[in-house]
Design a binder for this molecule. Structure first.
Ligand SMILES: Nc1nc2c(ncn2[C@@H]2O[C@H](COP(=O)(O)OP(=O)(O)OP(=O)(O)O)[C@@H](O)[C@H]2O)c(=O)[nH]1
Ligand SMILES: [Mg+2]
Length: 111
């Protein structure tokens, strides 16, 4: 089974770091802004078989309402920084723009 997951959220909330951690186990200390969509496959063995998630990190969508149509995904991983209130408010804008078009999960990072 293959699914495409869009990873969205403000810059610096920790999208790349999260994906690096899953891919290699390493914690990425440095912030190198993601300027273009960045794709990597994460494979999981589950009781239902092997699942490959095509994780697509997007640069911050500003303004989200105008740019969301550029996102093609089966589901969204929407991230915010628990120490940054603005990133949470912006996550709500993302959530509103996504509406019920695809399933999404909201993940608080940076703890
Ligand atoms: N303490 C802590 N720092 C984190 C965590 N996740 C990310 N960081 C740090 O936050 C900074 C930004 O992380 P990135 O993963 O590059 O952020 P991003 O969301 O990919 O940013 P853009 O690509 O610019 O959109 C880096 O310096 C990371 O080391 C976390 O869970 N805890
Ligand atoms: Mg990034």
């Amino acid at each position: 089974m293959n699914y495409t997951i869009a990873v969205l959220g403000d810059s610096t909330v920790g999208k790349t770091t999260f994906l690096d951690r899953h891919e290699t186990g390493a914690f990425t200390r440095q912030h190198v802004p993601t300027t273009h969509t960045s794709v990597r496959n994460l494979t999981f063995s589950t009781s239902g078989g092997v699942v490959t998630l095509r994780m697509v990190e997007y640069p911050e969508l500003t303004p989200v309402a105008n740019l969301l149509h550029t996102v093609q995904a089966d589901a969204v991983l929407l991230m915010f920084d628990l120490t940054n209130r603005i990133s949470f408010k912006n996550a709500l804008l993302y959530a509103r723009a996504i509406g019920n078009t695809v399933p999404f999960v909201l993940a608080g990072k940076q703890v």
